[in-house]
Write a protein that binds this ligand. Sequence first.
Ligand code: SAM
Ligand code: SF4
Ligand code: SF4
Length: 342
Amino acid sequence: MQNLTQGGAVTDRLKRPLRDLRISVTDRCNFRCPYCMPAEIFGDHYQFLPKQQILSYEEIARLTHIIIRLGAVKLRLTGGEPLVRQDLDLLVRQLAQLDGAHDLAMTTNGVRLPGRAQPLKEAGLQRVTVSLDSLDNDVFRQMNGNRANVEDVMAGIDAAIQAGLTPIKLNTVVKRGVNDNTLVDLAKWAKDQGYILRFIEYMDVGNRNGWRMEHVVPAREIAAIIDKALPLEPLPRNYNSETALRFAYRDGGGEIGIIASVTMPFCGDCSRMRLSPDGHIYTCLFATQGTDLMTPLRAGASDEEIETIIRDTWLNRSDRYSEVRSSIKRPNEKIEMYYIGG
Ligand code: SAM
Ligand code: SF4
Ligand code: SF4
């Protein structure tokens, strides 16, 4: 067989190793961010996955163990909102015991962290990324579908700090005409608090958020807005597959990142696999279909058999959606962000 591994990791057709696994533990969420789960679509009658079609924690841990054997060293829990799933610390405990991965993090909207942060830390979660789109409460409510206030997220961040789920990172999706005039306030505050803030270009994930290019504030423009108030200088990337462009504050007061997946795509180093709540793996955030692991898993397949399916999926991977976005006429049904995680 030709050399298909890099540092022990399986590599895809573009020689990209499998390094990161994002585990979406639920398709449900307590927010209705219009850019992700617009309330008019995800209303009271929306059919989320039934419980029996959702992987158990034991099933997630088993699949994760196999994916670690194929190279994944960084694990991130996401969703939907991971904290709407009960007793998430039970999953974290199982994942933390797996040999081979050295990073176990979670992306959350933060409002359920009070009361949950400490047990998660004790179970082995290392750090959290909290999504917060504005410090202006009206703007924030617009960005989250009127589900929470800024102070709810602040309480979550405080709980994470007290529990030691640090360093805290913040994710901020930027949508033109909605929160772009509140970015400097957010950056100033995050800088003062010592949090690493990452602005995210509004992406055309899924098919339901009505995405249009004119809603995107390009990374260069975001950097210019911040630089004007808080002078910046570019930083080198920490590691190859890092998704954020990094900038340091010239006064030495920390750094910010910008995830420019629309205007400056980074598919060339993309090492992320995604596991959906119903046990499918996806090799791209913009995938149109995944590979079903739930069926073989529940039909009694051995670890080796499942490993072969996952390895073959990665070996055949050639995704580079963001780099070819503009040449795709009209993408087929893409997978939704709330289902596959960020
Ligand atoms: N519910 C959690 C949260 O919001 O942090 C985790 C899941 S959410 C899908 C993960 C990340 O994706 C969040 O930081 C969110 O802001 C981001 N996201 C969702 N939809 C997006 C979009 N259309 N463009 C860019 N980022 C998006
Ligand atoms: Fe929920 Fe996160 Fe999507 Fe907002 S971005 S709707 S918090 S999953
Ligand atoms: Fe990776 Fe797909 Fe995003 Fe490119 S578009 S960086 S391949 S997830």
